[in-house]
Ligand binder design. Structure first.
Ligand code: FPP
Length: 235
């Protein structure tokens, strides 16, 4: 009998944490209450992902389109981000979790910028899982920003290819996501990791984000482990 080979844990998982608003509405609560529960879930899933040995976890916390929401909801989400970054330092230290960022940093309020820069700097030496916070993030925006930087770096008329552009994305050292999860029963990727997610496996869960538990992450990974990834080639 052949020894069984342990199934691979995805190195990089991205999560579109959807359904906070509906979770709250279904309970007769205000939308912000759903985001508060969503933050608690995010902490739980960060721990679960770290325990599972995932190397990179990208969380879509706020998109470039989310500014269209009511000002109080936007403010509430920004405060939650601050709260997360402040309150999680001890946890990050204990679990060696490093904070990273993706998105248009310059478009964020100065207090959030400071909180993010501090957390990124304070955790820079940690060698456990890296949590990439996607805030004021849009896939198209990231590609445009990369393109502008690349155009500046290249002499007029000098040709470039995919590899050149990918070096100017927000985190060129992080591998492309193996798995992208979206909760709350919507089947779209909503401008999340457009470039990096070209060959990501997609997993959709019907559960609202605040209802997610570590078992849901385990189920997503078990499903991923059954996928046949060919990256456009043949086996
Ligand atoms: C999508 O649900 C969720 C968001 C736009 C905000 C997500 C933010 C958090 C969970 C808090 C911050 C997290 C971290 C990790 C710092 P929705 O409001 O679109 O839900 P709906 O589709 O049901 O209305």
């Amino acid at each position: 009998m052949q020894d069984s080979v342990p199934a691979a844990i995805p190195a990089h998982v991205g999560i579109i944490m959807d359904g906070n608003g509906r979770w709250a509405k279904n309970r007769g609560l205000v939308r912000t209450q759903g985001h508060l529960e969503g933050l608690k879930t995010a902490k739980k899933i960060v721990k679960a992902a770290s325990d599972l040995g995932i190397r990179f976890l990208t969380l879509y916390a706020f998109s470039t389109e989310n500014w269209k929401r009511a000002a109080d909801e936007v403010g509430f989400i920004m405060d939650l981000v601050k709260q997360y970054l402040r309150a999680e330092f001890d946890f990050s230290k204990k679990n060696k979790i490093r904070t990273r960022f993706t998105g248009d940093f310059s478009g964020l309020p100065p207090d959030i910028q400071k909180e993010i820069s501090d957390s990124v700097a304070d955790t820079a030496g940690f060698e456990g899982m890296q949590v990439v916070l996607a805030i004021n993030y849009g896939g198209r925006d990231e590609i445009i920003r990369a393109f502008r930087k690349l155009s500046q770096a290249k002499e007029n008329g000098e040709s470039f290819g995919e590899k050149d552009l990918s070096l100017y994305l927000d985190n060129p050292d992080i591998p492309d996501p193996d798995l992208i999860i979206r909760t709350a029963g919507e089947y779209r990727t909503s401008n999340f990791l457009l470039w990096e997610g070209a060959y990501s496996e997609l997993y959709f869960s019907g559960k609202m984000w605040p209802d997610w538990e570590k078992e849901d992450l385990q189920a997503a990974i078990a499903d991923f482990q059954k996928r046949d990834r060919r990256f456009g080639g043949v086996k």
